[in-house]
Write a protein that binds this ligand. Structure first.
Ligand code: HEM
Ligand SMILES: [Ca+2]
Length: 411
């Protein structure tokens, strides 16, 4: 397996993390109520980026010592000579697509998370099954992923402009960045020069991707094993400020939660009723009964971050452009934005997924939920930093990996 790092480097990456908040957006002060220490994030840094650190960590890794001298670092504007319009093509394509299919931006953000979490940001999630050995995209946690067709579209444009040059892994992280911006989140700088994996990891995707039913300790340990501390985990989940969620992912919380015969008691009562009526109304659709075990069965969905103050004004509208989402609910209310509302909803017991709501059950994580609920700038700054870290996680660079010509197939 052609990877530039070993799993043993995860912890070194985390514990010696020296990429600094201050190098990007100014120093990060703890919120007044916080008891967390910030030694890793506020320490002044001589390393200019997470990827620099990544390479210094791996230089010490004997397994890669021989090949290491050849391994190229990620670079700022890697395609400046070979495909100078690459980033602009990705940006403008996404803006155009967003006009027609606004559901695609959140889908791409989710896609990059599911790629980077499994063996790093190497576009492994985009590979189709070849030869019957399975693929990540067919694994259970990935069956509701969308946006593969959009990546294909962008890739085909880039292939016309500069054949065989821009990797699918770079397309994915750059597209996700645009998606964040389109959702009202922060812009963050990204280095490029990632290469694509030659392998798909269906088993890892099945067992290592977090589940919406996970409790806090499972979630924090999955993220910690990839070098993300609790603060970073809470900020990453702020991605749930945008997009849709199908009833099937939270339906078990509404009536018979974990066999208790009762709903999940951490759910706010009014909110519970809204969720019940939304999901149960849509159960009546003959083509999509919620009780069916089919993955595409439950078609009702909600914005991940509903405005808590606007339940009476829910506007339910059919969205014909989203084939696997029959209903979209638009909550209109004051203060809609990327970040703050999601965390405020959690504080009010209005998290849609159990895994989201769990963030308020731990001392450290709850501190961060409160901090982000009240300080959108803090959230946006942390979110930008953690997306940079995620996007640089365990990347492959030349001479490792390859640049695929078709994102679904190894060359
Ligand atoms: C504990 C970790 C996480 C779990 C269990 C989780 C689970 C889920 C689930 C079940 C959905 C609903 C999918 C659907 O209804 O089709 C969803 C949607 C989404 N997730 Fe996560 N997620 C996690 C973390 C993240 C992270 C770290 C990101 C990005 C940085 C992210 C981005 C998104 C986005 C943007 C959507 C909306 C997708 C759309 O509208 O198409 N998630 N997530
Ligand atoms: Ca991957």
């Amino acid at each position: 397996i052609n990877k530039a790092s070993s799993s043993s480097s995860y912890s070194s990456y985390s514990s010696s993390s020296s990429y600094s908040s201050s190098s990007f957006t100014g120093s990060v002060d703890p919120p007044p109520s916080s008891t967390t220490t910030f030694t890793t994030k506020t320490t002044a840094s001589t390393s200019s980026s997470p990827s620099d650190l990544f390479f210094s960590v791996n230089k010490a890794d004997k397994k890669y010592t021989e090949a290491f001298d050849e391994i190229q670092p990620l670079q700022y504007d890697f395609y400046r000579d070979t495909c100078p319009n690459a980033e602009e093509i990705i940006r403008s394509s996404l803006h155009q697509i967003h006009q027609l299919r606004p559901d695609i931006s959140p889908a791409l953000l989710r896609l990059v998370f599911h790629d980077c979490f499994i063996e790093g940001c190497d576009a492994s999630v985009l590979l189709d099954d070849a030869g019957g050995s399975g693929s990540e995209k067919d694994s259970l946690p990935n069956q509701s992923l969308k946006g593969f067709d959009i990546i294909d579209l962008i890739k085909s444009q880039l292939e016309k402009e500069c054949p065989g040059t821009v990797s699918c892994a770079d397309i994915l992280v750059l597209a996700a960045r645009e998606s964040v911006v389109l959702a009202g989140g922060p812009f963050y700088p990204l280095h490029t020069g990632r290469r694509d994996s030659m392998v798909s990891y269906p088993e890892l995707a099945t067992y290592e991707l977090p589940s919406p039913q996970d409790d806090l300790s499972r979630t924090t340990s999955l993220f910690a094993s990839r070098g993300f501390d609790e603060r970073e985990t809470v900020s990453l989940l702020g991605a749930h400020s945008t997009g849709m969620i199908h009833c099937k992912f939270f339906h078990s919380r509404l009536n018979n939660f974990r066999g208790t015969g009762m709903p999940d008691l951490t759910l706010d009562n009014d909110f519970l009723n809204v969720l019940r009526s939304t999901c149960d109304n849509n159960q009546s659709s003959p083509s999509s009964p919620l009780s069916s075990p089919s993955p595409s069965a439950s078609t009702a969905s909600l914005p991940l971050s509903p405005s808590p103050s606007s339940f009476p004004g829910i506007n339910v509208s059919a969205v014909s452009t989203i084939p696997d989402t029959a209903m979209k609910m638009d909550y209109e209310g004051p203060g809609r934005g990327f970040g703050t509302l999601y965390y405020r909803s959690l504080l009010q017991g209005k998290g849609l997924l159990f895994v989201d709501q769990q963030l308020t059950s731990g001392e450290q994580t709850e501190t961060w939920v409160r901090a982000y609920a009240s300080d959108v700038n803090l959230f946006q700054r942390d979110f930008a930093l953690v997306m940079m870290k995620l996007s640089d996680f365990r990347v492959l660079t030349a001479p490792m990996g390859q640049v695929r010509l078709d994102c679904r197939k190894v060359v």
